[in-house]
Design a protein around this ligand. Structure first.
Ligand SMILES: Nc1ncnc2c1ncn2[C@@H]1O[C@H](COP(=O)(O)OP(=O)(O)OP(=O)(O)O)[C@@H](O)[C@H]1O
Length: 636
């Protein structure tokens, strides 16, 4: 409680006297303009994180699962497509009826002829209108599915651990989510407009054909089934080619994003020409695999076209022979010719659409296999929040940890940090300081022992509880490409404008923010490029003021700054540290001089532990570090 009170005292963003801080000054509304997030509290989960991994590499089942969530509207789309196709097929029946009626009446019974005309007109109208109704429903239904897919994949992707992202290109992963959304839309559209209609066409056409000649119908059924099987097997055999193309295409996206994201570096080293040549080579590989994939499809279409042409020619000869023998009317001949073409076109369209679907399924499959890997870190099923008031007590109890495939970085590591105390971690590069901070933030799990915060093992805490108890000010501050106000508010989304302004004041940001073209509403640019390192650092401190967490983690917070910026940031940090437990890694030892304790690490072990004064007097590694740094900064 005492801690909280002192934190609040030191943190104007929290005190109820914000109005006094501003002495009644009327706020400009700049903060409000880009204001508080009024996002709906709608997580909109369609498929849970537990269910999603089982769809890795199973794109067909994945899409089917999402389509089922909109079963009624999908039924409307496919129902009206079915009606439209049925009408199209029956129009050939109606044409036969009209031809035969005209033949029979020979200008006598015009009423029967007009009735046949009316039937044909109604069937054609129903055909056209049904397509439009299906299109209307699809415009909402298929788009809804893309929304569900992208929202779930984004949620799942962002649940991966830090190490998942460090092994991959984050921007390319985001692009893959868009690819998945587009693929789901294309697949559903292909199914509705390019696969279902020819399937129905062929089936209904064969059914009508059976009415003319059961034998002819039977033969066509057998031949169509054989053709479909052949096409399917050929399409299956080309899957590898399409999958290679999908992975090469994703690789091109990744390469381009990597270079564009690092353009300043590329320019600094004069490597633009090299990168362009490198991309050209990656593109050549992708184009070659795309060419192989498409040529395979063309071969498949060629086989299909040849076979269906032979089949249709045989059909025509057969029905003409039937007519010559008096077994078929002129109308029958017309109908069989129409249906024959429908079957020909139907199976050809089907083959093309199926092959296209296979390509898109391959792209979606590639994305799902990448994103839907099982989360390495996830809340335990019985994860809890803090059961007591958070004071900020931190204990590393007998912790052992190694990076995958590496030796132990920490072995039986013990560290107790009392609530409200300030501890600085120092040591040579590679001694394990950053690893201690990573374990405290649960970026990785310990292999032995436990990290305990306020009597709770952090492994058993919910992500929300863990994040709410600490603020982190790193060396490289991350800012979103949003306004200054929005970036500060990230520490507490529900913060009022007054709280945001007060936090900015406390962090010493207000002067430079007000000098920006649009004050708090100024957009900070990609990752905050429009601000200096020191300004970004102070925004991070303002964010931490708003968060008001009992534990403050400083990871080389001032290392990259010049001495003037460091002075401003140090002042802001001093205010932020009041009443909090602080664990800081710092190379510049002067930044730790007011700390309660310094812990010196060597090869994952604590080799010295005491107040800065004590360690300075003791002949040990800390004094050695101090004298080395004193020499480094001594005037020549
Ligand atoms: N992601 C990683 N994968 C594998 N090994 C790692 C990883 N990060 C750190 N290590 C190894 O763990 C050991 C401790 O590294 P750590 O970054 O914790 O040291 P540090 O004291 O913070 O160093 P520095 O002061 O240079 O940041 C080193 O041997 C390092 O090579």
């Amino acid at each position: 409680m005492a801690n909280r009170l002192s934190r609040e005292k030191a943190n104007p963003a929290l005190s109820s006297s914000v109005t006094n801080v501003y002495k009644g000054r009327k706020l400009t509304g700049e903060v409000r303009a880009h204001g508080r997030s009024r996002l709906k509290r709608d997580d909109g989960i369609t498929v849970s994180d537990e269910q999603l991994p089982k769809y890795a590499g199973r794109p067909g089942r994945f899409i089917a699962c999402y389509a089922r969530r909109h079963a009624a509207s999908h039924a409307m789309v496919f129902g009206f497509v079915t009606i439209a196709v049925a009408c199209a097929v029956f129009s050939s029946y109606a044409i036969r009826h009209l031809v035969d009626t005209m033949n029979a009446s020979q200008h006598g019974d015009m009423l029967a002829v007009w009735r046949a005309v009316a039937w044909l007109a109604v069937v054609i109208a129903a055909d056209n209108m049904s397509w439009r109704v299906a299109g209307w429903f699809a415009a909402k239904t298929f788009v809804d599915v893309t929304g569900d897919v992208r929202r779930d994949l984004f949620r799942y992707l962002t649940g991966h651990s830090t190490s998942y992202f460090s092994d991959r290109m984050p921007a390319a992963l985001a692009a893959r989510i868009s690819t998945a959304g587009n693929a789901s839309f294309t697949l559903e559209s292909l199914l509705a407009w390019n696969v279902l209609p020819p399937c129905l066409n062929v089936l209904l056409s064969i059914t009508l054909m059976l009415t003319v000649s059961p034998l002819m119908g039977g033969v066509i059924i057998v031949l169509s089934a054989a053709l479909a099987y052949l096409m399917f097997r050929m399409a299956q055999a080309g899957r590898e080619l399409h999958a290679t193309y999908a992975s090469d295409a994703a690789g091109v996206d990744g390469e381009m994003q990597d270079v564009v994201g690092n353009l300043p570096l590329v320019r600094t080293f004069g490597m633009l020409g090299y990168e362009r040549r490198r991309l050209a080579s990656v593109l050549r590989t992708e184009m070659a695999s795309r060419g192989r994939s498409l040529r395979y499809l063309e071969r498949l279409r060629l086989v299909h076209a040849a076979l269906t042409a032979i089949l249709t020619a045989g059909l025509l000869v057969w029905v003409v022979l039937l007519w010559r023998n008096g077994a078929a009317s002129v109308g029958d001949v017309v109908m069989v010719i129409t249906l024959g073409f429908m079957i020909l076109h139907g199976t050809r369209d089907l083959a093309v659409a199926l092959v296209e679907m296979i390509q898109h399924l391959a792209r979606l499959g590639e994305t799902l296999s990448t994103i839907l890997l099982t989360h390495e870190m996830r809340d335990q099923v019985d994860a809890v929040g803090f059961r007591q008031e958070q004071k900020g007590e931190v204990t590393f109890n007998d912790v052992t940890f190694a990076y995958p495939g590496g030796p132990n970085v920490l072995e039986h590591f013990h560290l107790h940090v009392a609530p409200g105390s300030r501890v600085g971690l120092v040591g040579r590069s590679g001694s394990g300081k950053s690893t201690v901070l990573a374990l405290l933030q649960r970026q990785r799990y310990v292999q032995g022992g436990a990290v305990i915060i306020d009597h709770e093992n952090i492994g058993a805490l919910t992500e929300t509880a863990l994040r709410s108890c600490m603020s982190v000010v790193p060396q490289e501050v991350s800012l979103l490409r949003r306004s200054v106000g929005d970036n500060i508010r990230y520490g507490k989304p529900e913060a009022t404008d007054d709280e945001v302004r007060a936090a900015a004041d406390a962090a010493g940001c207000t002067d430079f923010i007000m000098a920006l073209p649009e004050g708090f509403a100024t957009e900070v640019g990609d990752r905050g490029v429009k601000l200096s390192g020191g300004q970004r650092q102070r925004l991070a401190i303002a964010r931490a003021f708003l968060r008001n967490a009992p534990i403050l983690v400083l990871d080389e917070a001032t290392s990259a700054l010049d001495s003037e910026s460091e002075h401003h940031v140090q002042m802001a940090l001093s205010r932020l540290m009041v009443g909090r437990t602080v664990i800081a890694v710092a190379h510049r030892l002067s930044t730790l001089k007011d700390f309660d304790r310094i812990v010196v690490m060597q090869k994952g072990r604590i080799v010295e532990d005491g107040s800065p004064g004590e360690l300075e007097r003791r002949d040990g590694p800390y004094r050695e570090f101090l004298s080395r740094q004193a020499m480094e900064i001594a005037p020549i």
